[in-house]
Design a binder for this molecule. Structure first.
Ligand code: 3ML
Length: 107
């Protein structure tokens, strides 16, 4: 499984409430995106700094999202999809900044 994590920052002009509303719309739209096995988006509630190891001072972030793909072939199908391109257009309307992190399994 290919899993890509995204750190999202809302646009400066957008309220947290509007951003949350758009995240819900984006999540609903994700179900129609071909070859996207799963999409999750979660709003950042808090970013505690009292960590037990040195704190990484990045952010702040407004949401964390993740896309799952069953294979590289499915990922390529997703990238080619016109529905995915429309989904990205909605993303452009409410995501101010985005950091993708492509992950791999420990095992
Ligand atoms: C890639 C993505 C990360 C996310 O939160 O939504 C998708 C699509 C997009 O960026 O609009």
């Amino acid at each position: 499984m290919i899993r890509i994590v995204y750190l999202l920052v809302r646009p400066e002009h957008m309220s947290p409430e509007k951003f949350a509303e758009e995240c819900r719309v984006h999540y609903d739209m994700s179900h129609d995106v071909p070859a996207l096995y799963k999409y999750e988006v979660r709003l950042v509630d808090r970013e505690p700094k009292d960590t037990h190891v040195p704190y990484l001072g990045v952010g702040p972030f407004d949401a964390v999202a993740e896309c799952w793909f069953e294979s590289e072939e499915k990922y390529q199908e997703y990238l080619k999809s016109s529905v995915r391109k429309q989904w990205f257009e909605h993303g452009k309307s409410f995501i101010g900044k985005l950091k993708p992190i492509i992950t791999r399994d420990v095992h």
